[in-house]
Design a protein around this ligand. Structure first.
Ligand code: OFO
Length: 172
């Protein structure tokens, strides 16, 4: 059984994951508008990943007989309309999510809540991957010298990404 404090904190995290999904969807729209449809596809896949993260937390609350609260999602905020600053924003956003997940782990450890520790560990591992993905894209942009030809090739490569997020959350 989860503490009310933990239930509230996981519900807050669900909102943060959904905000992340919304942010990446808005970024995808901007990139598509600018003709970077490969980057748009990558960001849309990222949107699906974030929705999966939100739904995984919601399913966990259901499994623990706790109430899921879906609260207001803020409007996505970003102003970047170039590839490199955009991915720098993605990376810093992912770092903020990592810090947020670590708070859940810290709380779970303090409460001796072993089930939530195992769940939080899944997200901690996922965050290593998410930060790595954004970092590698920034490195590639630097290697290509941020040139138009390089960005064209990068756009084509990023457009190959398919979301691996499962969409069959039938309990939610
Ligand atoms: Fe991109 O991360 Fe969710 O948690």
């Amino acid at each position: 059984m989860l503490s009310q404090k933990m239930i509230d904190r996981i519900n807050l995290q669900i909102n943060r994951e959904m905000y992340s999904a919304y942010l990446y969807l808005a970024m995808a729209a901007k990139m598509n508008e600018l003709g970077y449809t490969g980057v748009g596809k990558w960001l849309t896949a990222q949107y699906h990943e974030e929705m999966f993260h939100a739904m995984k937390f919601a399913e966990y609350l259901h499994d623990q007989n706790a109430v899921v609260s879906y609260t207001k999602i803020d409007s996505p905020e970003f102003k970047e309309n170039e590839i490199k600053p955009l991915f720098q924003h993605v990376l810093s956003h992912e770092k903020s999510l990592t810090a947020s997940i670590r708070e859940i782990m810290d709380m779970a450890i303090a409460e001796k809540d072993y089930a939530t520790q195992i769940l939080a560990q899944w997200y901690i591992d996922e965050q290593v991957e998410e930060e790595k993905n954004a970092t590698e894209i920034i490195q590639k942009i630097d290697l290509l010298g941020n040139s138009p030809q390089g960005l064209y090739l990068l756009d084509a490569e990023l457009g190959k990404r398919e979301s691996s997020a499962p969409l069959d959350f039938n309990k939610i």
